[in-house]
Design a protein around this ligand. Structure first.
Ligand code: PEP
Ligand code: MG
Length: 754
């Protein structure tokens, strides 16, 4: 055995020479196993490559029967080799045959070997194969040898990833690196996108794996670690952190940056002959492989922190930068990212993007709002996607079901192309409905409004035939900006919005921030329960400067025309009165400066806090209109955090308790002829919308894409029958169970498309 570290270094140098030789991939692999065996004084060295069908195939061997190459295969989890592939951890055994997973393959002739050392061949934390050495004599493999074999495996990983071995795989026995993968995430934005992977943060390309001079690499590593620590310390001390770099995250970073175990492993990897950057990648590969197999969210979070740290180190070492790589975005791009801010998505050329896949963000994230507005098919919460893709891979995004198909087979691709065609046909049908009034079969007219938040949304008003913009989320301008938008900028946006909808009305909602809607440039207030915390109108009333300047911008933009302003999260009528007094002050200010006020000003409130349910009679005397925020209302009625995946789908809005609440609001509004709409997500789902009509709602505001499907539902519904059915169902239901199935059956029986 090599006692010193000269062994692995020498081996790496040899292997690098072999890699450069102009021979066939098989000949190269055959040479590699000979070198490894010789260097490690082992009788056997074998390489198993993971195939797309999940089997590990013997690709090369020194010491075992050569005839077994490309014949012997093992399932993942089968035998010692399969176990290593499954756990992604090295396995060193003095007496392999005693191990419960040991499995003997007669064609290999391995029965005469006692000791076994195998390591996974990893890339991005994913197993690509297994590298094994075996000895006849019983022996214990020391830590340095395990380490050295792992380093060697890294070279093999590069060889596999480069596609070098693909030519050895007969059709139907593709190696796993290129295997098709079907994954599932959370649907974020409807649509089907077919295209090729572009990584939002391109991977750092490590050009040199094998070190020329170990001492120099150690120094480079130390210098980079020192520089990284210093920059983290500086960031923390300055208190001047960019978006997303909150103090606790940075503190965690600092802990890792001083973590002895992590630093020791980096140094050990360099000692085996790797360059500093290859060492960072190797250690991160092992860490990923281990942590990815954990299901605890906390541990996965740690992995992300470590990933970030490793990336920072790689940047230090290579001088390569994250940004700028998407300047030459190819056509048919599917952007893949761990997470992304809304502004970053807007920086891409929309015309070239077919889809968006995110590892972390869910349906309610801000980037999701932007993806929907831009009409980009998008799926979030796709575990591990960044590590699974290679730039340029074919990728299909199904934004309706949340399905992702990576490197799809021709069958899947064809069926999706068909799906995309069908969708286009349906879209064309909806388009034809644009000018058809939304009237039920029994002659009841329904107003379908559109939700918006950006100027890009507004083109859809004309395209969909929406009656008006029933909810304009003004916070989106604030969320996308890198600093607080000036009053003049707010006014300019509102004016553009009013100008671009052909005289249709717009209901502007004042700033609804707080809870999940954080502004990157505002100090984040730490709260135990942000959804019940300082948000929306509460911030507006406590920081009147912000609300006042927004109102001034709105009233100026609306000068001489109709203007509708709505306040979010009103819990008491006194809050509305105070907000209204702000409006009156601003109107006075406007007159003082000789400007015309809006010609017709309507002030309304969102009904989304349950306390409003018992103030509705009075509210109907004081406000000009009501709009139900069913997203928040639902979360407060059932006490379920709408952003918490564990509970968000635990209860169904289509259940008697919620329907009774919604009916109460509709009844009160009708009794006082108070204009009422509903602008939460419910209104945009045909089945839910059908129920809302039955409860008495005559105005629904929804995303642009929902208008066609909801209008089709309206046209096919006999409202009096739906009313009778829903009333009877509510009457007979005692508990809080979902009524969805019964409602769906009714719709089906009535041929209502939902
Ligand atoms: C709601 O709560 O239903 C709503 C429309 O507002 P948001 O989703 O912006 O909170
Ligand atoms: Mg709300």
């Amino acid at each position: 055995m090599f006692g010193s570290l000269g062994g692995p270094r020498l081996l790496l140098r040899r292997l690098r020479e072999v890699m450069a030789e102009p021979v066939s991939p098989q000949a190269r692999l055959d040479k590699i196993v000979v070198h490894i065996a010789a260097n490690m004084v082992a009788e056997v060295c074998s390489v198993y490559v993971l195939r797309a069908d999940g089997r590990l195939e013997l690709y090369a061997t020194e010491g075992l029967n050569r005839e077994a190459v490309h014949l012997t295969t093992l399932r993942t989890g089968e035998g010692l080799v399969g176990l290593i592939a499954e756990t992604a951890e090295p396995l060193a055994l003095a007496d392999a045959q005693l191990h419960p997973s040991f499995m003997y393959r007669p064609e290999t002739g391995e029965e005469i070997y006692s000791s076994f050392l195998g390591v996974p061949i990893l890339r991005g934390g994913n197993t690509l194969g297994v590298l094994v050495v075996q000895n006849k004599a019983r022996r214990t493999y020391p830590e340095e040898e395990i380490e050295a074999l792992q380093t060697t495996a890294m070279l093999l990983a590069e060889m596999i990833a480069s596609g070098d071995l693909q030519s050895l795989a007969p059709p139907g026995r593709d190696i796993a690196l290129r295997r098709p993968l079907a994954l599932k995430g959370t649907p974020i934005a409807d649509g089907v996108g077919l295209g090729h992977v572009v990584l939002h943060e391109p991977r750092i390309v490590i050009k040199q794996i094998v070190a020329e001079d170990i001492k120099r690499e150690m120094e480079r590593l130390d210098t980079a670690i020192g520089a990284m620590r210093q920059s983290l310390d500086l960031l923390i001390e300055s208190g001047n952190m960019g978006p997303g770099e909150h103090r606790d995250v940075l503190e965690t970073f600092r802990l890792f940056a001083h973590d002895r175990g992590w630093l020791r492993r980096l140094r050990e990897a360099v000692a085996t002959g790797l360059t500093a950057e290859a060492a960072v990648e190797r250690v991160q590969n092992d860490t990923r492989a281990k942590l990815q197999r954990q299901t605890e969210p906390y541990i996965r979070e740690r992995l992300h922190d470590l990933d970030d740290l490793a990336n920072r180190l790689l940047h230090q070492l290579t001088g390569q930068d994250f940004v700028g790589a998407h300047e030459v975005l190819p056509y048919n791009s599917v952007i893949v990212a761990r997470s992304m801010g809304p502004a970053a998505l807007l920086e891409y050329d929309r015309a070239k993007i077919r889809g968006l896949v995110l590892e972390e963000s869910g349906a309610l994230s801000h980037v999701a709002i932007v993806a929907r507005a831009l009409g980009i098919a998008a799926v979030g919460d796709v575990a591990n996607i960044v590590d699974l893709v290679e730039p340029g891979d074919a990728l299909i995004v199904d934004g309706l079901s949340g399905d992702i198909h990576l490197r799809p087979s021709p069958d899947v691709e064809n069926s999706y192309a068909e799906k995309a065609r069908l969708r286009a046909r349906k879209q064309a049908q909806y388009h034809k409905l644009r000018d058809v009034p939304a009237v039920t079969k029994d002659g009841v007219a329904i107003d379908l409004h559109m939700n918006a938040g950006m100027v890009v949304d507004l083109q859809h008003v004309a395209e969909t035939g929406a009656v008006s913009v029933g909810l304009f989320r003004t916070e989106i301008q604030f969320m996308l900006a890198s600093r607080l938008p000036k009053m003049s900028e707010q006014e300019a946006l509102y004016r553009t919005v009013l100008d671009s909808v052909d005289g249709k009305s717009i209901t502007f909602r004042t700033l609804d921030i707080g809870s999940d809607k954080v502004l990157p440039y505002m100090t984040k207030v730490e709260e135990e329960n942000p959804a019940l915390g300082w948000r929306a109108i509460r911030i507006g009333l406590d920081r009147p400067g912000l609300l006042r300047s927004q109102l001034r911008a709105l009233l100026r933009a609306g000068s001489g025309r109709e203007m509708r302003i709505m306040f979010p999260m009103i819990a008491t009528l006194e809050e509305f009165e105070t907000a209204k007094s702000f409006v009156e002050n601003e109107l006075a200010h406007l007159r003082l400066h000789g400007r015309a006020p809006p010609s017709g000003l309507k002030l309304g409130i969102m009904v989304e806090v349950p306390s409003m349910l018992w103030q509705l009679d009075e509210a109907c005397k004081r406000v000009d209109f009501l709009s139900v925020g069913s997203n928040d209302l639902f979360q407060y009625v059932y006490a379920v955090d709408r952003d918490n995946k564990r509970v968000a789908t635990r209860f169904d809005p289509l259940s008697a308790p919620v329907l009774h609440v919604l009916k109460l609001i509709a009844d009160k509004a009708r009794a006082s002829t108070m204009p009422l709409t509903l602008c939460g997500e419910m209104g945009g789902k045909p089945l839910e919308a059908m129920v809302l009509l039955a409860l008495g709602y005559r105005g629904l505001s929804m995303s642009a894409a929902a208008i066609g499907p909801v209008k089709s539902m309206v046209l096919a519904t006999n409202l009096s029958e739906a009313e009778a059915f829903v009333a009877a169902l509510m009457e007979e239901t005692r508990g809080g169970q979902s009524l969805r199935d019964k409602l769906r059956k009714f719709a089906k029986a009535q041929s209502i498309p939902v």
